[in-house]
Design a protein around this ligand. Structure first.
Ligand code: MNH
Length: 450
């Protein structure tokens, strides 16, 4: 197993071993499920629920009962879920739209500079800046200043170390060694988050209607309970991390696949040109996002091949038998290996091929269990709409503004720190002339993607 890429190493093995397999890793039995029939059973909420052990366990000293790592039957799950849901409604998204737009324009400024001077950009670094800045400002009214720094914000460095140590902690001989490092990097995150909270309590933004406001001030609609101060810290870290790690990778994978597939790229550009015309600085409206169906399909298809949260754990609520054959005892847990589920040839024809038309309207029928980049059941992602809105808006504006050229011999390499991201992926950018937008608008392409 390659210690830098444990998930990808296990992917190769699991694929060979078939739809269900068990490996013993330093005494820990890991049951991996990757075939659609068995996975469908594992999604059954009466038989299985979310398991918060294994790779999530080392994060508990830092984000404890935050929404991702809390046990479903702990009171803090329902409390935080219900208190924070209003932060993810349609109305809430309409509120975030203009903040997202502002941050994307900061990315475009940076990329304009690169385009003018002929420098290439490191796509993953910059989508990470974009997504961190977006969740910071939209959710917490906090500026990380990501675009004013050459190096990542200290929060991001501490987070990367924390996730790396947490990854290593799942290997028992390493767990004891990395624990002090894990706690130290966690403490850095906690300190920064205390700043975020203090900035609000000092009255920097009163009447803000965002996630931090809900965390600090909302009461549960039925019980009247509030989040306690320790839990608020854990939630802030949870949402800043979860709110940007996976979205940034998803945007970077989408840009990778776009630039590797010229036909797809042309169609996506034609779609954004049809919506935003030849203006150099369009003013995208909230409702435009629903019109960018093909860009959305590109994102969906990228998340099929490389779901940036590449798996989740399910624990048996009672003794049960999978596929009429495989006995699972109550309390035993299994890993759902998403990149394999989402390439199961029983569901997906020619599964390795990148083809956004798989997500054309009306084609998602009968394959709900074979596409789960945002998880499953009551513990599925709360931030899905936030991520999709941000990513489609950003991809759309990038496609509208630039011609994108990948480095000649780039082959996709993927870094891991619990989540997956393209590594060493660079693009050169050329600003598109307004006239090219009109010429590129091929009515046949638009008709097909409509
Ligand atoms: Mn998110 C849970 C994937 C964006 C906040 N998210 C999950 C799960 C997956 C997931 C998978 C389920 C994990 C599990 O079962 O153990 N999330 C994604 C992906 C993206 C994403 C692929 C972007 C693309 N997530 C976001 C954003 C936010 C967010 C953006 C916040 C703004 N996610 C969460 C939280 C949970 C979660 C919080 C836990 C929800 C719960 O258990 O109630």
């Amino acid at each position: 197993m390659n210690p830098r890429t444990p998930f990808q190493s296990s992917l190769t093995q699991t694929r060979k071993l078939g739809p269900i397999s068990v490996r013993k890793i330093f005494g820990t039995e890991m049951i991996a499920v990757s075939g659609i029939d068995l996975v469908t059973e594992v999604h059954d909420e009466t038989r299985f629920g979310k398991y918060v052990g294994h790779h999530l366990a080392p994060l508990r000293p830092i984000i404890g009962d935050g929404l991702i790592t809390v046990e479903t039957d702990h009171p803090n799950w329902r409390l935080a879920h219900d208190i924070l849901m209003p932060g993810f409604t349609r109305e809430a998204m309409q509120g975030y739209h203009s903040v997202m737009l502002t941050v994307i324009r900061e990315l475009l400024d940076r990329w304009d500079g690169a385009a003018d001077s002929g420098r290439t950009v490191n796509v993953t670094d910059d989508t990470t800046r974009l997504a961190l800045e977006t969740i910071g400002r939209a959710g917490f009214g906090y500026r990380f200043g990501s675009f004013d720094r050459r190096m990542p914000h200290p929060f991001v460095s501490a987070m990367n170390r924390t996730l790396q140590y947490a990854n290593w902690s799942t290997v028992p001989p390493l767990a004891r060694l990395v624990r002090p490092l894990l706690l130290r990097s966690g403490a850095v995150m906690t300190r920064i988050v205390d700043d975020v909270i203090r900035a609000r309590q000092d009255g920097a933004r009163t009447g803000a209607n965002d996630l931090l406001d809900l965390m600090l001030n909302a009461t549960h609609p039925k019980t009247g309970h509030r989040l306690d101060p320790d839990n608020i810290r854990q939630q802030v870290i949870t949402f800043i991390v979860a709110g940007h790690e996976t979205t940034s990778g998803a945007m970077a994978f989408a840009l990778h696949y776009l630039t590797q597939n010229p036909d797809v790229l042309a169609r996506a550009k034609a779609e954004v040109d049809a919506v935003w015309g030849d203006a150099d600085n369009p003013e995208p409206a909230y409702a435009d996002i629903a019109k960018l169906r093909y860009v959305r399909a590109v994102l969906d298809e990228s998340l099929r091949l490389w779901p940036t949260a590449p798996g989740y754990l399910r624990v048996a609520r009672k003794d049960t038998v999978l596929g009429g054959r495989y006995r699972i005892r109550k309390g035993q847990w299994v890993l759902v290996v998403l990149p394999l589920v989402q390439r199961d040839p029983q569901v997906w024809a020619d599964p390795e091929r990148f083809d956004p038309d798989r997500f054309a309207p009306g084609r998602a029928k009968n394959r709900a269990h074979a596409y789960k980049p945002f998880g499953t059941g009551q513990r599925a992602c709360i931030g899905r709409q936030f991520a999709l809105h941000e990513a489609v808006l950003a991809l759309g504006m990038i496609l509208h503004r630039y011609d994108l050229t990948p480095e000649k011999d780039y082959r996709l390499r993927i870094s891991e720190s619990i989540t997956l991201k393209p590594r060493g992926f660079r693009l050169s950018l050329g600003k598109r002339a307004a006239s090219s937008r009109l010429q590129d608008v091929d009515t046949e392409l638009i008709r097909r993607s409509a």
